[in-house]
Design a protein around this ligand. Sequence first.
Ligand code: F6R
Length: 604
Amino acid sequence: MCGIIGIVGETQVSDRLIDGLKRLEYRGYDSSGIAVLDGGKLKRSRAEGKIKSLEAKLNDTPLDGPMGIAHTRWATHGVPNETNAHPHFSGRVGVVHNGIIENFTELREEMSDRTFESETDTEVVAHLVDHLLSTGLSPIDAFSAALKKLRGAYAFGLIIDGVEDQIFCARAGSPLAIGIGETEMYLGSDAMALAQLSQKLIYLEEGDWAVLTPTSFRIFDSNDNAVERDITILQGGPAVAEKGNYRHFMLKEIYEQPETVGRTMHNYIDEFRLAADAPEGLDFTDIDRIIIIACGTACYAAMVAKYWFEQVAGIAVDVDVASEFRYRNPVVDKRSLFMAVSQSGETADTLAALRYCKEKGLRTAALVNVMTSTMAREADVALPINAGPEIGVASTKAFTSQLTALAALTLAAGRDRETLSRDGEIRMTRAMITAPRLIKEALELDPKIEQIAFDLSKSSSAFYLGRGSQVPIAFEGALKLKEISYIHAEGYAAGELKHGPIALIEDGTPVIVLAPYDTLYEKTISNLQEVASRGAYIILITDEAGAASAHDMADEMIVMPSSDGFVAPIIMSIAIQLLAYHTAVHLGTDVDQPRNLAKSVTVE
Ligand code: F6R
């Protein structure tokens, strides 16, 4: 999704703005641009494609000054090209924007005497502020008056020709943070952009806007009252965003999972008492239902949790994709617990679902990776997964950490609701504690999976099948393959295939079957045989007992380390991640920044 960085100071900013943009690359983008005030004059450079195209332009025609704004654009209104790239200029004003201005056509019509260059919604903001300046308003009044006319979700950085020491910024619906320096102030759409510049951040709240100078910042709420906001000190220095010896961030993040899953576990499991604890503020005994809302991969983690919570803790769980939930006026009950699951904590639809349920009086929790995110701040209880920054657009380590946290919460819920015996709790906690070691063993299958991926990369479509808590892993496997290799893939509940999709199976169609040796194993193997007898090319992902029983039923077999069925979804995830990764690498796609995708989807 779009990214913003801004600096107002005394020394040249161009290189540092470009550096900030590079730190935002992971969010996904299709063009970039930079604007500076050089001797009080507004200048810009923009380019379609990767930031290196922008750098090449800046090498030919350098641009610098003591203040500037820069942007990575993920197209919403208007194709990704140089004209639609930010910053957008009108007269004296330059602006970068994340989000969507919903009333931009209306505003364009109101200013039909002006010439618009681009197809974007953003350009209207530059025109609006420039128009208000031309009526004689001061820069600060023009900015605040413009905000009152905008509808939609936005985060802005705005500079004005001739106003040499001020950046204006605002937040409504899209996150924005101010970084505090000694003789400089910074603006960034997330902590990652600012990490090299400042450890002292202020996250603007809904409706806030601010004016930054090299030595000060003034923040106002949506009613233009001056307000103070808390300063957050970033822990641990600049966020780690290096690939190290790995070819891609995604591979690095896959390999980090023994550690990240262990880290998540430490938040929720007491390894000495062999017990899981619900964090303070989360009481599973006085609720009738859990509503878990999420998008994409996070939603598949939630679907696994439905199996767990219902089977182990006897709580009814509703799982829904946020974009549907938020607009169907869902009937919710105050005795339900609402839980958002989100790596970024900023996904627009999930955030809207959280706000909806909060308004309806439900207790809310947010399971997030970014603890400074809007969801973490707005939910009654913020539940960390502690997976560390996830840079690869395709989520991997956040997924297994979400699963780990949800598994631990299930155990706490089961114990507190007395549906799980102490013996059961000990057995399942022990099973969880073995997960990091089993993930490590699973990673040793990498060369074998790479070899299988070579064949898979020659296919144009694939199916993933599973039963029980492996169904969401089948969905996740198909999503991973689609998003990074661009091979069409579908995940299905194995028993569902014969109700239609089996018509698509022909000679050589790859079918990836997820079948750990559990109570559903034989049923899944029957479904495997149904597709095998119609010519499917079977890749069976199972464990040692499953492999012994499957004999020669599969064309290829990935034999995962044996695990307790409770944690099997976490362990099996490693195989589907590696399979998608190597398939994409064989096909030569842009693994870390797949086409059309954004890391954090802050527009609906
Ligand atoms: C897929 C992927 C996405 C995200 C989804 C939700 O690999 O990463 O499907 O899971 O966009 O994002 P968060 O978890 O940040 O709310």
